[in-house]
Design a protein around this ligand. Structure first.
Ligand code: HEM
Length: 293
């Protein structure tokens, strides 16, 4: 019975590290991936494969593509493709550090570490702006329906697609605003997390309201705050049975639907953009049969 990597359907951990790898040698790939298959439990490590890696293995995953770079007035949405993505999850920073070192050494014959982001949970589930994130996430069976592939056959069923973007917040700009201005950006009151009708059309929750899309654009978000020195923001992470819901919402956020840009861009912007395919598990191990492994 194929199952998803279990952490996709679980709450966020207290701490995490997001690692992305680029490919530097074709020779060692299969060996590295077999080792990865042994290591990954889908619980303490969730992995995703980028388009370049899937193609290098001589395969394709229907629905997986390169993250689309976008340019709109005053706005650049970057695409920064990588071969492999690992979401290390835990509660001890030292353990996550050592686990990353082991992973990097294990993957070294074929992969180079491209990026490593330290992440954490802030005040249960707040973005660093102070607003609760994840309130409208689907739950239970709805979460499975939103995030997990089904009826596509062995090797694909139980898998998931993920969109990942590192966002960098401008806290000076944000802090200089009145609370009412900040609430207008999100479309919820920071004080009690209540949505309010009077929020402008540019409010993030109006731009992203999942039921307002045709078809509805449900996704399962697992975003986590990140910080390094005095910089910080959000690692936006959204799982889907396809990447279409995420892309529909992002298109509306940048103003492609009606010219109205999401007010989030007044204090934050993405600095990376990636799509990955997260293989299913079979008998406790990663099922890489769709990639011929
Ligand atoms: C720095 C970037 C972002 C921040 C700080 C942020 C924050 C938030 C907050 C505070 C909410 C309201 C509570 C909730 O339902 O979670 C929300 C809702 C939501 N966000 Fe974001 N978000 C960000 C980027 C994105 C992106 C890039 C997308 C997708 C392209 C997205 C999709 C959604 C969706 C689908 C909802 C739920 C809307 C609904 O159905 O009510 N967000 N976000």
């Amino acid at each position: 019975m194929p199952t998803p990597q279990p952490a996709i359907l679980e709450p966020n951990p207290p701490l995490a590290r997001f690692l992305s790898f680029s490919l530097h040698s074709v020779d060692g790939i299969e060996h590295c991936l077999r080792e990865l298959q042994e290591l990954v439990d889908g619980e303490s490590i969730v992995v995703g494969f980028g388009e370049s890696l899937v193609r290098t293995l001589g395969h394709s995953i229907d629905g997986l593509r390169i993250f689309p770079a976008m340019t709109m007035p005053g706005l650049d949405i970057p695409s920064t493709p990588a071969a492999l993505w690992c979401w290390l999850r835990g509660s001890d920073r030292g353990e996550l550090f050592h686990q990353s070192r082991l992973l990097v050494a294990m993957m070294m014959p074929a992969f180079t570490l491209a990026d490593c982001i330290d992440s954490f949970t802030y005040d249960h589930k707040r973005d660093l702006s102070g607003y609760e994130d994840g309130t409208e996430n689907p739950e239970g069976e709805d979460a499975v329906n939103a995030a997990i592939v089904k009826n596509r056959g062995a090797g694909l069923d139980g898998s998931s697609f993920v969109a990942v973007q590192q966002w960098l917040h401008d806290f000076e700009t944000f802090d200089a605003m009145e609370t009412s201005q900040q609430d207008d950006i999100i479309g919820r009151h920071v004080e009690d997390n209540e949505e309010f009708d009077a929020a402008p059309e540019s409010a993030h929750v109006k731009r992203s309201a999942q039921e307002s899309f045709e078809p509805e654009a449900f996704m399962l978000r697992h975003s986590m705050p990140w910080a390094a020195d005095t910089q910080g923001g959000l690692v936006f992470v959204a799982f889907g049975h396809s990447l279409d819901a995420f892309e529909a919402v992002l298109n509306r956020m940048v103003g492609k639907d009606d010219g109205i840009q999401d007010a989030l861009f007044s204090f934050t912007h993405p600095v990376t953009g990636n799509y990955y395919w997260c293989p299913p598990m079979k008998q406790g191990a990663l099922d890489l049969s769709a990639l011929g492994i």
